[in-house]
Every structure is written in C-alpha cells, then in structure tokens.
Ligand binder design. Structure first.
Ligand code: URP
Ligand code: ZN
Ligand code: ZN
Ligand code: ZN
Length: 472
C-alpha cells in the first residue's frame, strides 16, 4: 500500500512548509515539492495542514476504579481517538496492590491486542513495591519495552503507595533510565478535607474542588519533586491543573530536577463553575485533581505558550452519567450502588467515579481554543499534543514527527471545518460529553496509521486489531 499526499502545508514542532509526502510500507519514504510517484492512493491536501499523528500520553481505557469499570474498550476508544486525530495512545496500566505487575501488564495488553485500531503502549503503574514487584518491573522494562512508570500519591488504600515505596520506585527508575509519571495530590489532606466537608453536609459535586484545593496538589508536586531530587530520577507530573502546582515543579527544575509537566484538555477549556451546575450535572465534571477556577485556566494557557508546560493529554476516564456518576448522588432516591440498583440512602461527591471522557476531542479543542484564538501557535500545538510526548517517552522520531523513516501516522487537518461537540455524535462509549454544545473550528479530514487511512471526515475507516504495542 502506497500513499501520496499532495499540496498540503506540513506543520511540525520545528517548522512549517509546503511539500508532498510519499509513504510506502507503513513509513514516510519521501518528502518534497511536486513528488511524482505512482501511488495506490492520492490525497489532495490543498488548503489543509498536515500534522504528525497526535499522541495522547495519558488515557485510561481498561480501568477498574471506585467500585466500577470505565466504559470504553479498545474498539470504541481507538475509533474515537483516530477520528479526533490521535494515532498513538499511552494508557495507564493500574493494577490493585494485590495484583502482580507482570500479570497486570499482560491483562491490560490483552484488552488492546487484537482490538486497537491505533498503536499503543503503557505507563506501568507501581502500586506496591516489594522484592517480587521489583523483579517483575525489571522484566517489564527489559522485555516489553515499557520505559515509564506511574505512581499515585493520591487514592490511598487503592492505587496509592507510601513514601518508602515511592523512594524505592524512583531509585529503580534512575537505575533503569525509566521516567516516573505521577499523580500528585496529598492523599491524607484529601481524605481529611473530604470527611470535614461531608460532616458539614456539603455533599454535592460542587464540593469536590474544595475537597482537593490547589495547595493540596502543590504539596503533592513539591513532595514528588523532593523524592526526584533525592534520587536523581527523571519525572513527569500528569494532569497539572493550577498555578501553585506548576510553580512547585518549576522551582524544582531550578534545583536541577528533570521534570516534565503535563496538563490535560478539560483544565484548558472548562472551569470549576461546571461542577456547580444544577440537577447533579456537576458530577459530569468531577475528576482529580479538580477542574479549577478560570484564573488557573488562563495561567495554564500562558505556560503552554511559553514552553513551561510540555504536554497536553486527556486523562480520558469515561464513566456514564446516568448510572456510574450517580453512585455519588446526594439524593437517596437517585443514588445507586455499583450495580446501579437503588442505594436506599444518600451518597456524596466522594463516591462519584472520577473522570471526563475526552480522547476524541483533545486535538480539536486545543486547536480551536488555543490556535484559532491566538493563545498558542501551530508549532506549540504540535509540540504539546504530539512531539514532546514522543520525545519524553522514547517514541521519537518514529512517532511525533514528519520525516523520512518515521511511521506514516499523519493528520490532514481541515481548518475550515466548523462543528458542535455532542454525545449524540461522538464515538466514545459514554452517555454524555463534558464538552456538549461547544463549537470546534477545524477537524481532521483524513488520518493515517502507518500508511492506512483510518479516519475520514469524522468517520472511522480503519481496521480494529491493526494497532501494535510499541516497544520503547
Ligand atoms: O479523575 C481522574 N483523574 N480519573 C482517573 C484516575 C486518575 O487519577 O488518573
Ligand atoms: Zn490521576
Ligand atoms: Zn509532602
Ligand atoms: Zn489518569
């Protein structure tokens, strides 16, 4: 299968220029003006941008969490990702403390293998650290090409680890040259504040943000940075939501800590007023760290523009509103159990499964609310949504670039398209969209995965099961 893309404006993290691209055997084999190859398929990209395939460095697809399971599988998630321009997924493999890491990785991979339409890899969750876990982590790095770990400073009693385990994890990571990604919130402060609010009868979704204030996230970041400084490990803070958190990481960079900063699309286009919506609608926007006040959103855009924030992911964690989110409903007549039968008593915001489905919408929202408003330029858009993640996680230049020898993962982007986001039309397997009714300007006209056309104008045209586990 060969593919020729004519007359597009190529935009990478490093520059923009007009040229044709020829792809053969899954890779880009030539880039130049007026290429004259006999291709199986020719795409006219006049008036369109050609971007490297976008990489989502933070998704949850298979996720047993808060007494339920996230709603997507690799069929629905990879279709949605591809239609939205994302061609590589990096999923968090999140075992419970009782599960062995190797078995967990094999379980997570079994959900993707043979089903995913796009390429994927995993961050290996370290949710327990002992001798057995350590030896298996060594195997996972060496044999599966998984070169990043994930730790949770939050969710004590579930995914969270203690400080001795955190120290051991970072020491191992330093030895193996592995990046450690972390969810940074002080778990004890969250638990104490939650209990105090619930005791005062503050039980609705609007109390989720006050239960995990920005100082709690900043403390988590400072805490993680201290461990990074002590061990010399390279670190990556996932879903950074606010100014004090970013500042804690920047301060550590000043002390020599090699830290990458990720934010996620809900923080850039939503604010805490969404969680105050009536009729429990605020539950749709409950994720952790919480979606913050508008001033933090403005700060995040500035720090994306000046290069302080490196990547934009999603933290895609899809739960249905009508059932799963209702596990935390404060009205006894509306609260449900994990099997969605009536709970018979009131619940509270601490029982709302955390997450906002967004793997389909990230690229279009970042383009619309970042590039078309002038908040970020096209290079920053490509760098933060693709190239920087590829570099950080050992995928570059195979992914995240348009160059000869790179995988032919390409997004031919139509800046003239306008549309409205809605759960009625999205491909994610959830009954709501957190971005319902929001306008988008621009979307992928055509998306390729290793040279095969996998999406066209909002329709999935790829092959389930063609996606490969990327050894890094
Ligand atoms: O609210 C969130 N973030 N849900 C998914 C789990 C996590 O913390 O990444
Ligand atoms: Zn998290
Ligand atoms: Zn601390
Ligand atoms: Zn996450």
């Amino acid at each position: 299968m060969s593919l020729l893309i004519k007359n597009g404006e190529i935009v990478t993290a490093g520059g923009r220029y007009f040229a044709d691209i020829y792809c053969e055997d899954e890779q880009i084999t030539a880039i130049g003006k007026d290429l004259d190859f006999d291709a199986d398929e020719v795409i006219d990209a006049t008036g369109k941008f050609v971007f490297p395939g976008f990489i989502d460095p933070h998704v949850h697809i298979y996720l047993p969490f808060m007494g339920t399971f996230s709603k997507d599988d690799y069929a629905s998630a990879s279709r949605a990702a591809l239609v939205g321009g994302t061609t590589t997924l990096i999923e968090m493999c999140c075992p419970s403390r009782a599960e062995e890491p190797l078995e967990a990785l094999q379980l997570w991979n079994s959900k993707a293998e043979g089903l995913s339409a796009c390429d994927y890899t995993f961050h290996m969750g370290v949710t327990r650290f002992d001798e057995l876990a350590e030896s298996q982590l060594r195997t996972i790095v060496a044999d599966y090409g998984i070169t990043s770990f994930k730790v949770f400073l939050a969710y004590k009693g579930a995914f969270g680890i203690d400080d001795a385990e955190l120290y051991a994890t970072l020491k191992l990571a330093k030895e193996l040259d592995v990046v450690v990604t972390a969810h940074c919130e002080n778990a004890d402060l969250v638990a104490q504040t939650q209990a105090a609010l619930v005791a005062e009868g503050k039980v609705g979704p609007e109390w989720h943000e006050p239960s995990r204030p920005v100082t709690v996230e900043a403390e988590g970041c400072h805490h993680f940075m201290t461990f990074a400084e002590m061990t010399g490990a390279e670190v990556y803070v996932v879903h950074t939501s606010c100014q004090p958190a970013v500042e804690a990481i920047v301060a550590a960079r000043g002390r020599g800590v090699k830290a990458t900063i990720e934010t996620v699309i809900p923080y850039l286009v939503l604010d805490s007023s969404y969680t105050e919506r009536p009729d429990f609608e605020g539950a749709k926007y409950v994720m952790s760290p919480p979606i913050r006040a508008k001033e933090h959103q403005d700060f995040l855009w500035k720090k994306l523009a000046d290069g302080t924030i490196d990547t934009v992911g999603t933290d895609h964690a899809p739960f249905d509103f009508s059932t799963q989110k209702h596990m935390g409903h404060p009205d006894p007549n509306k609260a449900v159990n994990a099997d969605f039968s009536p709970r018979g008593e009131a619940a509270d915001f601490t029982l709302i499964p955390n997450g906002v489905p967004s793997v389909e919408d990230r690229v279009n929202l970042l383009y619309t609310y970042g590039v078309t408003t002038g908040k970020i330029d096209l290079q920053t858009f490509v760098a933060t949504a693709s190239t920087n993640a590829a570099k950080r996680f050992g995928l570059f230049p195979r992914k995240g670039d348009i160059s000869v020898g790179a995988d032919a993962d390409l997004v031919i982007y139509d800046p003239a398209y306008t549309g409205i986001i809605s759960a009625e039309t999205h491909l994610m397997n959830t009954d709501y969209s957190g971005f319902e009714g929001m306008e988008i300007k621009g979307r992928p006209a055509c998306v390729t995965v290793r040279g095969q056309i996998a999406a066209k104008e909002g329709q999935f045209t790829g092959t389930l099961g063609r996606g490969k586990l990327l050894k890094r």
